[in-house]
Design a protein around this ligand. Structure first.
Ligand code: URP
Ligand code: ZN
Ligand code: ZN
Length: 480
């Protein structure tokens, strides 16, 4: 395997920054220090004024997801390759069984699809129904396949939505296993009712989408899931927090000592709901995702949540549907496949709008784009760490270089970019995956099938703390 010496850069990790060379051997970081010698035959990259940081981890993607009557257009190869172009070197995607489908069966199908990945990947597995076999399969997935997180959709009624009974059963099982439950927090019953009402009133265009999923719908579900986790004594992770109301539920619970983690998407930090009033159906529909983009005031709240440490990870919910696919909802917004792209642009957007505005320090950037996801989801210190023995998944970051985002030039397999035309300063000149340079100054060298499945650790540090603090079972209830 390759030996690579990155010479003369500034290493940025989740704590600090310092001048050092980084030696990568056989896919791992072998040494970090000053004036390292290049072993015979090593490739040497001069880092110059650039920063050397852990590659991004996107903890929320949906490659080739079968959803709403179609299949997401970025597959595990094209999607992970686009991630490498933008400095993301690992993803955590989702296995989503149909109701009644055995979890193990779905897991094997997704593992097969992912064999073409160009970058490393792990899976959250969704619990979409419940019986004893689901309980058993969760055990097998966790203990034999390193699945350390399970997903629960509180929306998408008549498809993959969980009711409270499933949430309670599954969160309890997660607690037994040392796996973390995650939730898509929207009250699916309310969404269903509002959708029906709007369509009956003749609101059939994309402007109906945000109206059917107002912030309170998200706030209610986030609060409910968090309170269920509180009673059971389980930690919980809320995906794609988009509304102040959901953030407040997280802040309140954390203020009371509950272990709650929150994720925010680059899109929700930067795009507001005016996109749905665009008279052009194709452009408006391209922004249809759930939860929807919100009025501007929510964006500032989300940035503050990230700065304050109530939101821990940044993700994309990368789920691509092209214009032809979105056209399925031309006469009824409830049929527009939900999802937007973003894996290629998250890192630069977070740097430009986060570090570039002083909201985040470079080390905070590393935390929210990589280290925190690795720690929460059992990948640390293999991923998300600048330390000897970690995987050599790195970016060489040029804080002074710029690029303009466009569907014309992106590598994502989608004909629209929701960040179109934004010029971002702070980009990866190189991406290194498994110790190999896979992106260099605009040239993508992604290889189909070299991505590896990442089994994850169950019951990390925070789990022990969780058990010490509350312990499982009904005695956790704060009955006064
Ligand atoms: O609209 C979205 N987010 N599509 C993907 C599925 C999900 O809810 O995460
Ligand atoms: Zn979701
Ligand atoms: Zn999603």
């Amino acid at each position: 395997m390759a030996t690579l010496l990155i010479r003369g850069g500034t290493v940025v990790d989740s704590e600090t920054q310092y001048r050092a060379d980084v030696l990568c051997v056989d896919g791992l970081i072998a040494a970090i220090g000053e004036d390292l010698d290049a072993p015979a035959g090593a490739q040497v990259v001069d880092a110059g004024d650039r920063l050397v940081m852990p590659g991004g981890i996107d903890p929320h993607t949906h490659m080739q997801l079968p959803f709403m009557g179609t299949v997401a257009s970025d597959d595990f190869y094209s999607g992970t390759a686009a991630g490498l172009a933008g400095g993301t070197t690992s993803i955590i995607d989702f296995v989503i069984p149909n109701p009644q489908q055995p979890l193990m069966e779905a897991y094997k199908i997704w593992r097969g699809w992912a064999e073409k990945a160009a970058a490393d990947y792990a899976f959250h597995v969704a619990v979409t129904w419940w019986d004893d076999s689901v309980y058993q399969d969760m055990g097998e997935l966790a203990t034999e396949h390193g699945v350390a997180s399970f997903k629960h959709f509180m929306a998408y009624k008549n498809a993959i939505m969980c009711d409270d009974e499933v949430l309670v059963n599954s969160f309890s099982r997660c607690l037994e296993l040392g796996a973390i439950p995650t939730v898509h927090a929207e009250n699916g019953e309310l969404v269903y009712r509002l959708q029906k009402q709007l369509v009956a009133q003749g609101v059939t265009g994309p402007e109906g989408h945000p109206r059917s999923r107002p912030p309170a719908v998200e706030g209610e579900a986030a609060n409910r899931a968090i309170r269920i986790a509180e009673v059971l004594g389980s930690p919980i992770y809320v995906v794609h927090v988009s509304a102040k109301q959901a953030l407040q539920a997280i802040e309140r619970a954390r203020g009371e000592g509950q272990r709650v983690f929150g994720e925010v998407l680059a899109g929700h930090l930067l795009i507001d709901d005016s996109v749905y009033s665009d008279p052009d159906f194709t452009r408006a529909a391209a922004h249809v995702m759930s939860p929807p983009f919100r009025p501007k005031a929510h964006q500032e709240a989300l940035w503050q949540g990230l700065q304050a440490g109530h939101l821990h990870t940044t993700a994309t919910d990368h789920c691509c549907f092209c214009a032809l696919q979105k056209a399925a909802g031309k006469d009824d917004f409830t049929l527009i496949p939900n999802g937007c792209a973003g894996i290629e642009d998250r890192m630069s957007l977070l740097w430009h709008y986060g570090v570039g505005t002083g909201r985040l320090t470079p080390s905070e950037f590393v935390r929210v784009t990589s280290t925190n996801a690795a720690q929460i989801f059992g990948l640390y210190p293999r991923k998300g760490a600048m330390r000897v023995g970690a995987d050599a998944d790195l970016v060489l970051w040029d804080p002074a270089a710029s690029r303009t985002i466009s569907a014309e030039t992106h590598h994502q397999n989608i004909d629209y970019n929701v960040f179109e035309g934004r010029t971002v300063t702070g980009i990866n000149s190189h991406t290194i995956s498994q110790g190999k340079v896979v992106w260099i100054d605009g040239e993508l060298r992604a290889e189909r099938g070299v991505g590896r499945y990442l089994p994850r650790k169950l019951g990390g540090d925070y789990w022990e703390a969780q058990r010490l603090r509350k312990g499982p079972g009904p005695s956790n209830c704060l009955v006064s």
